[in-house]
Every structure is written in C-alpha cells, then in structure tokens.
Design a protein around this ligand. Structure first.
Ligand SMILES: Cc1cc2nc3c(=O)[nH]c(=O)nc-3n(C[C@H](O)[C@H](O)[C@H](O)COP(=O)(O)OP(=O)(O)OC[C@H]3O[C@@H](n4cnc5c(N)ncnc54)[C@H](O)[C@@H]3O)c2cc1C
Length: 430
C-alpha cells in the first residue's frame, strides 16, 4: 500500500554515516525519513522526494550474559536478536513476529511474548545512543538526558535517531509455546473460554487469540477443513512443568481440533506466527484497546470473520495490559496506555490490488460494528495512518508534555515522518 519515491537513500553502516546524513539533509533543507526494519504499516519510514536514512544494515548485537544486558543496533529484527540471546539461554520481550524491527517496535512500545511477565520492550530499555536533529550524539538514560529518555520510550522517532539500544534481558531457554485450534463454527465458545481463562492466568502466560485461515499450500493439521480457524495460544515464560499445568485447561477445552503446544526454544516461539504476515502483501489495519471483551464483542468478531473477503486476513486479540506493564507508573514513560487488558487488531491482508476496495470496505464495516466495545485508546505502533486525532488517542494527556519535549529537541520538526508530535510552539501558532 506504500508507494513512495525518495530522492536519496543513505544506507548507513554506522553512527558516522547517520550524523553525516542528518547534516546533509539539514544543509539542503530535505524532508527526512528514518528506516529501521521497515515494518510500519503507516509507511512512516519512507518519504517522497526526500532523504531516507536507512539503518537496516546496522546489524550489530552484543550480549553480556554476566549482567543480563544486550546492545543492539537499529537494523536488527527480533528474530535476529532472539537467535543471539538464545545461545546464552536469554530472551527479550520482543515482538510476536520475528521479522519486525527492534528499533521501531521498542520506540513505540513493544508488545511481545513475555510482556505480561517482563513488561514492554521499552520497559527493558536501559539506555539509548541518539543522533539528534542537529547531528549531535548523546546517550540517554534515567541518569543522563532523562527527559529525552522519557520521550524516546513511547514516542521515539520524534526526538532523534537511535543508533544503539541497551536492553535488560531475561533467562528463558526452552519454553512451552504453541496454540490450540478450533474451527470458527465453534469460535464463540472457544473465545469466551479463552477470555475467562486469560483473566485468571498467571503472568508467565502471554497468549493471544487469532482468527485466520490456514494459507493455501500449507499442510492443514488433521481435524481442520480449510475454513477460518480460531487459534488460542502463546508462550509460558517459566518452567515446562508449571507451564504444562497452567496451560492444561486451555489445551483441554473443546477439545480443540489441533493442539500444537510443545516445548521449544524461546527464539522459535518468537517466529512461530511469522507465516501469517509474509512480506510484500497489501495491508490495511485497524486497532484499539478494548473497554471490555463482552459476549456481544465476541459475537461481532465471529460474525465478521465468517465473511472476511481475504483468506490472508488475521484478526487478533492480545492479552497484555494486566501484567508487568501495568505495574510501571503511567507517567514513567511516554507510552500511552498501560492498563487495558485486551488489545484488538484487524490486520486485513490480501494479494491482489483489484481486491483492495472489498477488503478496505469490510475492514471499515467491521471497525464500525466494534465501536461500542472500543476504548478511546490506541497503540501507536499499530496505526494504519498518522493523524492528530490518532496521536491524541495514542498519548492522551501526555501529548502536551511530548509537544514541549519535541520543541526542545526538534523545534523545526526535522523528524516529521513518524507518529508525529508537533513541536509545542508550532502547534500554538497553528
Ligand atoms: C507483521 C507485523 C507484526 C507486528 N507485530 C508487532 C508486535 O508483535 N508487537 C508490537 O509491539 N508491534 C508489532 N508490530 C508493529 C511494529 O511495532 C511497528 O510496525 C514498528 O514501527 C516496526 O518497527 P520497524 O523498525 O520494523 O519499522 P520502520 O517502519 O522501519 O520504523 C517505524 C517507525 O520508527 C521510526 N524509527 C525506526 N528506527 C528508528 C531509529 N533507530 N531511531 C528513530 N526512529 C526510528 C521510523 O522513522 C518509523 O517512523 C507489527 C507490525 C507488523 C507489520
């Protein structure tokens, strides 16, 4: 869906290239976009006519097992980071999909398979090296440039270019992970059971509910037709024994048509959902936290999924907001919303541009029907488009503080191709 033509793409090999690119763009008054792994569905890492600072070749990773910390450059994906960590029996919250970039995901929040146990990716960020809008270099942490560090954790792309992330990481090794599958015809009961199971699940459990169709060409597990499937599962971030006990009710309910839970390296769990979102397809997304996951909300989800125009579309319910991320004070970081238990996401995915209208229409009708159940709160990284209204829904009352911080670190809005916060003075002047 993103078809932009920049004038120049600078493929950075290191910090010196980033500084040079920033100074060049400034000297020539160019629009700048910053690209990590290029996963953002709003297409904010590309621009027309301007200069793209492409960080995707900056792939350095260094794990410090003694201190359980790791340093990561901004071109690294979660699958790459997970692979390095696994060699030391360590893991990071990460994303639910391995192809997503560490940079963009962390700077906006970071929901992943250990979010209920260890918080958001940005809750585990210890420091960040940043090239500012003037081409200066500094390190931000709780003890240096603390205001910048606050803003980077949630509204990251607005204040500078992060060239290195320092994370706290966690022991993981082998975990119990996977999902059970039910046909959509039994989806109402399965989703109701999942909601109630999740509400009592220990924090080691980070699970989602997905409605999808097994892609053609992929062998279909025995017991399922090629029809929409409700998949329920995720990761137990603890011992295999406790995980087996904790996940038993979910694995027995129904019983499911298929049970794919099994012990696996955490790095494998991080890529187990990758097949659902291959590169190069057309995407149109809508997302919001849920006020409640009522029976009526579940009925609406099942009804719309039964008539999804594309077999590539995936509808997601994430359970994240009542674990570790909710124990971090709301004002400790710029990240917008910590307390909502469930996040709802329609990822409409299709392959043929001739089908765009049908898929966009279905997504909008589905979205309209879900309105009674949605909170006025969105996760910035799942936004399909950037607008002032969306930014307010993403940051709520923190928006004003972010606008002041933006005026301090980037008064000319040099970093404008992102989930953009307008500098306070500019906003005041219209
Ligand atoms: C298939 C798929 C699955 C996803 N799964 C998850 C998930 O499980 N959990 C989750 O939380 N999110 C998820 N997301 C959303 C994801 O967090 C965002 O799309 C995120 O922006 C991706 O980061 P990126 O580096 O890949 O993207 P990019 O498109 O490269 O960058 C995204 C934004 O961040 C800015 N940026 C990138 N790098 C830097 C940097 N080093 N310094 C400053 N600004 C920078 C860019 O300018 C851009 O505005 C998913 C997205 C997709 C498409």
């Amino acid at each position: 869906m993103i078809d932009r033509r920049p004038a120049v793409i600078v493929r950075c090999a290191g910090v010196a290239d980033v500084i040079a690119a920033v100074k060049f763009a400034r000297a020539h008054g160019m629009v700048v976009a910053v690209r990590g792994a290029g996963h953002n569905v709003a297409g904010t890492s590309m621009c027309d006519d301007g200069l793209v600072i492409d960080l995707s070749a900056m792939k350095g990773i260094r794990v410090e097992p003694q201190t359980r910390t790791a340093r990561v450059e901004p071109g690294v994906t979660w699958a790459e980071f997970g692979h390095e960590l696994q060699a030391f029996g360590l893991a990071a919250t990460g994303g639910f999909v391995g192809t997503t970039g560490v940079a963009g995901l962390t700077l906006g929040g970071g929901l992943g398979w250990m979010v209920r146990k260890h918080g958001l990716a940005l809750d585990n960020l210890l420091s960040a090296d940043v090239v500012t809008a003037d081409g200066d270099f500094l390190t931000a942490s709780d003890s240096a440039h603390a205001d910048l560090f606050w803003g980077l954790r949630g509204a990251g792309g607005n204040f500078g270019i992060v060239t290195s992330f320092e994370f706290r990481v966690h022991p993981a090794g082998t975990v119990l992970a996977g999902m059970v599958m039910h046909p959509l015809s039994r989806g109402r009961d399965a989703l109701r059971f999942w909601r109630d199971f999740e509400s009592a699940a220990p924090e080691e459990v980070t699970n989602g509910a997905l409605v999808f169709t097994a892609p053609a060409g992929l062998p279909l597990p025995e017991g399922l037709q090629r029809e929409p499937i409700v998949g329920l599962g995720g990761v137990y971030a603890g011992s295999l024994e406790e995980g087996t006990r904790a996940c038993r009710p979910l694995r027995e309910f129904g019983p499911p048509a298929v049970d794919m839970f099994q012990p696996m390296p955490y790095s494998a769990a991080q890529t187990m959902a990758d097949f659902l979102w291959p590169r190069g397809f057309l995407n149109y997304w809508k997302s919001s936290f849920l006020k409640s996951l009522s029976d009526e909300a579940i009925d609406t989800i099942v009804d719309f999924c039964a008539k999804a125009p594309s077999p590539r579309t995936v509808v997601v319910l994430e359970h994240n907001g009542d674990g570790a991320m909710s124990r971090v004070a709301e004002d400790a970081t710029a990240f917008g919303h910590r307390g909502w238990r469930f996040n709802f996401l329609i990822t409409s995915v299709w392959t043929d541009a001739a089908e765009t209208e049908a898929n966009v229409r279905w997504t909008r009708e589905f979205w309209d029907a879900m309105q009674p159940f949605l909170a006025e709160a969105v996760y910035v990284n799942y936004l399909n488009e950037v607008s002032d209204e969306n930014m307010r829904a993403a940051y709520g009352r923190k928006y004003e503080r972010l606008a002041k911080l933006k005026a301090r670190y980037d008064p000319t809005n040099f970093f404008s191709q992102n989930a953009n916060i307008k500098p306070a003075a500019v906003a005041a002047g219209g």
